[in-house]
Every structure is written in C-alpha cells, then in structure tokens.
Design a protein around this ligand. Structure first.
Ligand SMILES: Nc1c(NC[C@H](O)[C@H](O)[C@H](O)CO)[nH]c(=O)[nH]c1=O
Ligand SMILES: CC(=O)[C@@H](O)COP(=O)(O)O
Length: 163
C-alpha cells in the first residue's frame, strides 16, 4: 500500500516554499467530522508553520464530500485566493454510493484545476473503514491535511514560476 511506504506527514521542510502573503482557502466536509476536523487541523497548522497568516486562511464547511466541488468553486470565484484545499473523508458503506461520491469529487476537483488558474488540492480520504481513515488523519500513516497543505504551497510556487 502506497501510504504504508510513505507517511503523509513526512516532507523535507527545506523544499517547502514560504507561504507568507499567500491566501489559501480550505473547504472541509462535515461528514465524518471526527476525521475531517483532524485533516483541517493538520492543514491549518502546516500552513501556519510555513508562514501563512491566520487571516489569510479562509475556511468554509460543506455538508458532505460531494459538495466539496461546489464549495471550492465558490472560494475560487469570490475569495481572491492563491489556492484551495478540499478536505473530506468518504468511507465505504453497504452500497455503491461510496464509488459515486468518490468519483464525483475526483472528477469535480480535476475539472476545477482545468477550468481555473489556481491549484485545487485533492485532500480526500477514500477508505474501507473508519480505522483506515483515522490512521490517515493524524494516526500511524500521518495526516492527509499536512500533505494537502504542503502540496498547496508547492503548487502556488509552481504557478507563480510561470505567471
Ligand atoms: N457517505 C459519505 C458521504 N455522503 C454524503 C455525500 O457526500 C453528500 O453530502 C450527499 O449525498 C448529499 O449530496 N459524504 C462524505 O463526505 N463521506 C461519506 O462517507
Ligand atoms: C460513502 C457513502 O455514502 C456511504 O458511506 C453511505 O453508506 P451506505 O452505502 O451504507 O448507504
């Protein structure tokens, strides 16, 4: 398993661009809030660690991961941002609904990256169990929120390289 081999919170700090002056939006799903709140905490603290000011982090919540795409679209269009991070946790249930939610968010975030000129980061956990989700939200496999924040800072720098 990829995450078994690469902890989500491991990175080389010297490779992470400074985030001072960057405005970053975070849209977070309320479904599985015991998990997504940990993702949000990881992303928020990591952004602060690399110089992003609290007042430059705009956080909004949406009911579920399916709504992450629309929430991210609103932030992109109206909040004057350098990047948006989408955070959610989709856990397999008894029905195929899991597949449709995951596919929708994946396609939606991809389309936002293609349509707009700021990076939208895919911070979605798609797990078979709550245990697997907890392990990736500050557990033994690190925190997907940390990874999403680092990715946002790196993609902002890449974007600005080609402005
Ligand atoms: N089962 C999960 C959901 N389901 C809700 C959908 O995301 C959506 O809010 C609903 O279908 C109304 O449009 N959402 C998650 O984020 N995680 C789940 O495990
Ligand atoms: C991802 C979901 O919507 C899923 O957790 C809902 O559970 P179920 O498939 O048992 O209705």
């Amino acid at each position: 398993m990829a995450t078994e081999l690469h902890n989500l919170s491991s990175y080389n700090a010297s490779d992470v661009p400074n985030g001072t002056g960057k405005r970053i939006g975070i849209v977070v799903s309320e479904w599985n809030t015991n998990v997504t709140s940990k993702l949000l905490e990881g992303a928020y603290e990591t952004l602060l660690k690399f110089g992003v000011k609290p007042e430059d982090i705009i956080i909004d919540s949406v009911p579920g991961s399916f709504e992450l795409t629309y929430g991210a679209k609103l932030l992109i269009e109206r909040a004057n941002l350098h990047a948006v991070i989408a955070l959610g946790c989709v856990i397999q249930g008894e029905t195929p609904h899991f597949t449709f939610v995951c596919q929708s968010v994946t396609q939606g975030i991809t389309e936002l990256n293609l349509k707009y000129n700021i990076p939208v980061i895919f911070g979605l956990l798609t797990t078979n169990s709550l245990e697997q989700a907890k392990a990736r939200a500050g557990g033994r496999h690190g925190n997907k929120g940390d990874e999403a924040a680092i990715t946002a800072l790196k993609m902002i720098a890449l974007n600005e390289k080609y402005k």
